[in-house]
Each structure stands twice: as structure tokens, then as C-alpha cells.
Design a protein around this ligand. Structure first.
Ligand code: ZN
Length: 479
């Protein structure tokens, strides 16, 4: 027998190329990596550190491909507000008032949400740099949590889209990106440059930002096109086409582009994306919460475009739960499909022959291996395979009433909003257990909640944003 640092046993849902599921499987971990995986009957490893066993499920760590972690300080405030109220009333002011320390406390609840529910890699897009070290606070929180992060530092400076003081020159944005890159990059954290969306940065500077990412072999992460994109593209850039047509027109729609939301495409745009080899960050949960679009991921998936699932910021992503987003992807897609069918010219008849589009398995692919591909990290993460990082989630289904019986395990996980917190036996990153039995191993949950509450109070007072809290509430809130 060979020895390994950790030996896990359970149902192994590998997400490898052949989608092997070992009903009685093992994962042998050495030096932070998967050394061997397969059927337990063929296991040649033993260890002093054994995890799992009968009744356990082993999955690759989940991958969240779109987020604004700092928005943890204003979770849920979207309720009862308009887009402009949100953006100029509290998104910009509240995050803008976050220095390094406040940013740490604001981001930590979002990061904890991710870690506690099995996300081992997240993307982040940070765009308020009034305090240059705000982003350092977010990265410090990520670093303390132990999860991986691909951070994009977004330079913004369009005078119509960006409040005074928030704009940066291209040189300042690049210089700061270089600073945080050399300060924070390590085994788990990577840094890139970008902007929020096409109309948030002067066009020539946006192209320069993309060039920087291309030269540095990094991703270019951009919102495109939320519903508002086409409106603002016409008004501010005189461009009547779509976001992807614009990116293609200026020559920057390349394989390193990951575009968030990407709904309401114009005809032919999916072909531009497929030809470029760009990726899409679907954000189905937020699209549903805001009810902005008639969600459709099929143009991408049918064209073999790489897609992952993202949660966006806590303003609208609430519990930051990737399992909810997986379910959200399926329900949004199916409601969208039905709507498109109803609006079409065809005579609608239910025949009983229909098979619904998508599946829980497909949603899990989007949240693991496909998300890893979308972040250009699939050589390291996204599946349980020899040589890959030991980023794993170990679920104890023996105390879960909604994960039995066994017959539809993945469907029960996805449609049932995932395991309960205390059924997460372990969340492992690079072979290290960061969450055990639903508890983070080094961070104090109570303290995080306390400090997050305090930061929100301070920010509401300082920025005059309290008027948006519980805006249009019909309840009587008695202090
Ligand atoms: Zn976003």
C-alpha cells in the first residue's frame, strides 16, 4: 500500500471527461493535489487522515464565475429600488466609502457564504477605488477564507456613467492593477484588469485595458449586455448594434473575454462569441430576482460556447448560494423557453411528448468543470482527476432528509438548494480543510456578522443611503 496525506471515501462525482461516478469511490490526496481517484476496490492507498465513508458524497469544489464581493455590506438593498437609485444612491457611495478595513468586513459575509456552501473558487470584479486599498481589504478577506479568487480590477472613467471622483486614468488603473498583482498573487489568487461594461470606460482606454490582459495572458471580464447596455451604447457611443458586435468591431472579442449576463443578444452575436472562443458568465439567479430578461442560455450552449454560473453582488444575490443559482438556471431557462413558445406563431399544444431542456447534471457541470473552463483554470480545478488541485466538497447525506433516497441524488442536490450547512462535512482547497461540519476552521462566524452589521450602519450614516433601506416597505419597523 502507498501512503497519502488524506484519503477520502464516498460516492465520487468526478466531473472528468467521461463523467465517471464511483458509487464506492476514493480520492487520495498528496501535497494539495489529487494523486489518485477511482473505485475503492482498486484503492492502493492508506492514510492516517481518513475522511468520509459510507453515506458521503465527494464533489469538485464549486466555481462562481461572477461576483462583487464587497457588496456584502448592502445585501438585499435592491428590494424596492430602481436601477438608478441603486447605482448612484448606494452601490457607488457605500462601496466608495469603504477603506481597506471596511472592505474586509463588507466582503467577508459574501465570501463566507461561498465557502460554507462548497464554493472553492470565485471570480470577483471590484470597481470602486475611491480608497485605492479597498480592493486590498477584499483580497485580504479572500486570503483569510482560504478559497481561490480571480480578481478583476475594473477601471472606470466614463463621465456619464461614473460619479465624480470615481474615475481613474488608464495609467492609474494599470499601475494599481500591477501593484495588487505583485502584492497578492499566489497559489490561490490571480489578478487581472478590466472595466465594468463598454460604456463605463473611454473607448480607446477600454481597448488598452484589453491589450494589457492579452499581453499578460489574463482574462478580460466585462458586463455585456445587461438590458441597459444597448440603451447606453446608443446614447453614449452612438452604437446601434449589440455589445458583442461592438467588442468584435474594435477587435477585442478574443478567447480571453468572459462576458457576464449576456442576454438579449442580437441575431448572429452568438456566432461572433463562438468564433472568438469567448466565455459567458450566466447570472440566472439575479436575472430572475430582477425580472429583467427573458433568460436564455441556449444560444451559447447550443453553439458550444463555454458558460459558467455566477452569482453577482449580494445586493441582488442574497444568500450567495451556488446551489440556488444552479436551480435558478434551470427554472429561468424553462420559464424562458415556455414564454418564447407562447409568443411564437405556433399553435401550442401540450402533447406529453416534451422533455424539458437541461438537467440537474448539466447545471452541476456549469457550476464545476465548465465554470473552471470559463475562468481558464480547468487545467487545475473543476473536476476530480489525478494531478488536479484537491479542491473538494464532502457531503454527509446521512442526516439529510432531502438527499434520500439515493436514486436521484444530483437532482435532489440541485433542486433542493444543495446540502444544509451542517451536512457539509468538509470543504477542501489545495488539500486543506477550510470548512468542517459547516464551520469555518479559522474564522469566527459571530464576529463576521457583528462587524458586517457595524460597517453597514456606518456606511448608511455616512453616505445618506439609509433612505434606500427598506424603501417602499409596507411593514412598520419599530426601533
Ligand atoms: Zn456584476
Amino acid at each position: 500500500m502507498k501512503t497519502c496525506n488524506t484519503l477520502m471515501r464516498g460516492i465520487v462525482i468526478s466531473m472528468d471527461e467521461n463523467r465517471q461516478v464511483f458509487m464506492d469511490g476514493y480520492v487520495a490526496i498528496n501535497d494539495g493535489k489529487v494523486e489518485s481517484v477511482g473505485a475503492f476496490s482498486e484503492c492502493e492507498y492508506e492514510s492516517d487522515n481518513n475522511l468520509g465513508g459510507s453515506g458521503f458524497v465527494i464533489l469538485p469544489g464549486l466555481v462562481n464565475v461572477h461576483s462583487h464581493l464587497i457588496q456584502g455590506c448592502m445585501r438585499g438593498m435592491a428590494e424596492g429600488t430602481t436601477f438608478e437609485e441603486r447605482l448612484f444612491g448606494f452601490y457607488y457611495p457605500m462601496t466608495g466609502a469603504c477603506d481597506e478595513e471596511r472592505s474586509y468586513d463588507a466582503a467577508m459575509p459574501s465570501i463566507m457564504d461561498l465557502a460554507l456552501r462548497g464554493v472553492t473558487t470565485t471570480a470577483d470584479d471590484h470597481f470602486t477605488h475611491l480608497h485605492k486599498k479597498s480592493i486590498d481589504g477584499v483580497l485580504a478577506a479572500v486570503d483569510d477564507s482560504g478559497i481561490r479568487c480571480r480578481m478583476a480590477r475594473l477601471t472606470i472613467n466614463d463621465k456619464d456613467a461614473v460619479p465624480e471622483g470615481f474615475g481613474e486614468t488608464l495609467d492609474a488603473g494599470i499601475a494599481e492593477t500591477e501593484r495588487i498583482k505583485s502584492k497578492w498573487e499566489n497559489e490561490k489568487i490571480s489578478v487581472t484588469a478590466s472595466t465594468i461594461g463598454i460604456t463605463y470606460c473611454e473607448p480607446d482606454q477600454l481597448i488598452e485595458l484589453w491589450k494589457w490582459t492579452d499581453e499578460n495572458n489574463r482574462q478580460f471580464d466585462i458586463h455585456a449586455p445587461a438590458v441597459f447596455d444597448q440603451k447606453y451604447l446608443a446614447a453614449r457611443r452612438g452604437w446601434e448594434g449589440g455589445s458583442f458586435e461592438w467588442l468584435d468591431h474594435v477587435g477585442i472579442l478574443g478567447p480571453n473575454v468572459i462576458a457576464a449576463h449576456a442576454q438579449n443578444l442580437r441575431p448572429g452575436e452568438e456566432k461572433l462569441i463562438a468564433d472568438a472562443g469567448a466565455s459567458i458568465a450566466l447570472v440566472p439567479d439575479m436575472e430572475q430576482v430582477l425580472g429583467l430578461v427573458n433568460f436564455n442560455a441556449r444560444p451559447f450552449l447550443d453553439s458550444n460556447i463555454t458558460c459558467g454560473i455566477g452569482l453577482d453582488g449580494a445586493v441582488v444575490a442574497y444568500g450567495h448560494n451556488m446551489w440556488t443559482a444552479m436551480r435558478g438556471y434551470l427554472t429561468a431557462q424553462r420559464m424562458g423557453d415556455q414564454h418564447r413558445l407562447m409568443m411564437s406563431e405556433t399553435d401550442i399544444k401540450w402533447t406529453g411528448e416534451e422533455v424539458l431542456y437541461g438537467s440537474a447534471e448539466q447545471a452541476l457541470e456549469l457550476a464545476t468543470i465548465d465554470g473552471a473552463k470559463a475562468l481558464m483554470m480547468d487545467d487545475k480545478i473543476g473536476s476530480i482527476e489525478t494531478g488536479k488541485e484537491a479542491d473538494l466538497v464532502l457531503i454527509d447525506r446521512t442526516e439529510e432528509s432531502h438527499l434520500t433516497p439515493m436514486g436521484s441524488l444530483i437532482a435532489s442536490l440541485v433542486y433542493g438548494n444543495g446540502p444544509n450547512q451542517n451536512a457539509i462535512e468538509a470543504v477542501m482547497v489545495h488539500g486543506e480543510v477550510i470548512v468542517k461540519r459547516g464551520q469555518h476552521q479559522t474564522l469566527d462566524h459571530r464576529k463576521i456578522v457583528e462587524r458586517s452589521d457595524q460597517v453597514q450602519e456606518i456606511l448608511l450614516d455616512e453616505t445618506n443611503a439609509r433612505q434606500y433601506l427598506r424603501k417602499r416597505s409596507r411593514f412598520n419597523w419599530i426601533d
